[in-house]
Design a protein around this ligand. Structure first.
Ligand code: ADE
Length: 233
């Protein structure tokens, strides 16, 4: 998968992309990530990419021209499955959406700033708008990094243990059961006996019960979502 990220702060990605799973995915050639500094696409001698909003709205708006130039140049080089704008008013990111996006070949992520981007970009160039939650970040960069991480780890061959993404929380609509490691007893806090029993069937049943119980107490909204989906079938 190829991910092109358009940003005015390319250096914000240095940390998240140089460690752990994303780093491994890039080294294994499972993901290719290119950062594009939007200021390089400005025609202005001061590399300006924002301007005053028409209509007296306070705050600056990201200009149409640098973004259009950058996206046009990218589109000359390959076909994109989606051109995604990260925005708090976009479609909420869920595991279901991550799964779908991880199957794509080429995507663009556009990071906004200030008051937002000129609406004509959204109308004419953007194919999908994604929010990572109901809160406002200072810009789209952290959201793009979150989105990249959540997609890249799902690409086959990226995670060492192929089953580990499948057993993640949310993959089956439930949160994960609790996990433990050595020591068995720490300050009198004990690992549940069942996990030490060696009875794999009983252990699997316990894990499923735990996942259901925890979903009920921690995230009952997930169970309601499932009821809604099954009603629609
Ligand atoms: N940009 C600013 N806030 C955001 C959010 N919550 N999700 C995606 N992009 C954003």
């Amino acid at each position: 998968m190829r991910i092109d990220i358009i940003t005015i702060f390319p250096e914000m990605f240095a940390g998240p992309f140089s460690e752990s799973i994303i780093k491994r995915a890039v080294l294994k050639n499972k993901a290719e990530i290119q950062l594009h500094d939007l200021r390089n696409y400005s025609t202005d001698k001061h590399r300006k990419v924002d301007d005053y909003a028409f209509g007296g709205e306070a705050g600056m708006v990201m200009m149409i021209e640098p973004i259009d130039r950058c996206i046009s140049i990218l589109k000359e080089q390959r076909n994109y499955d989606e051109i995604i704008y990260l925005s708090p008013d976009g479609t909420m990111l869920t595991q279901h959406l991550c799964n779908k996006l991880s199957l794509l070949n080429n995507i663009v992520l556009l990071c906004g700033h200030y008051k937002g981007i000129d609406e004509r970009i959204r109308e004419n160039l953007i194919t999908l708008e994604i929010s990572i939650g109901d809160y406002v970040l200072s810009g789209g960069e952290l959201a793009a990094a979150v989105l990249t991480d959540s997609i890249v780890r799902l690409i086959p061959g990226v995670l060492g243990d192929e089953t580990s993404a499948l057993s993640d929380s949310f993959q089956d609509g439930l949160v994960s059961p609790p996990v433990y490691t050595r020591p068995r007893n720490y300050k009198g806090w004990n690992v549940p006996e069942i996990l030490l029993s060696g009875d794999q069937k009983a252990i699997d049943r316990w894990k499923m019960d735990q996942a259901e119980q925890r979903t009920q107490t921690k995230r009952p909204d997930l169970l309601k979502d499932q009821e809604l989906h099954s009603d629609n079938k």
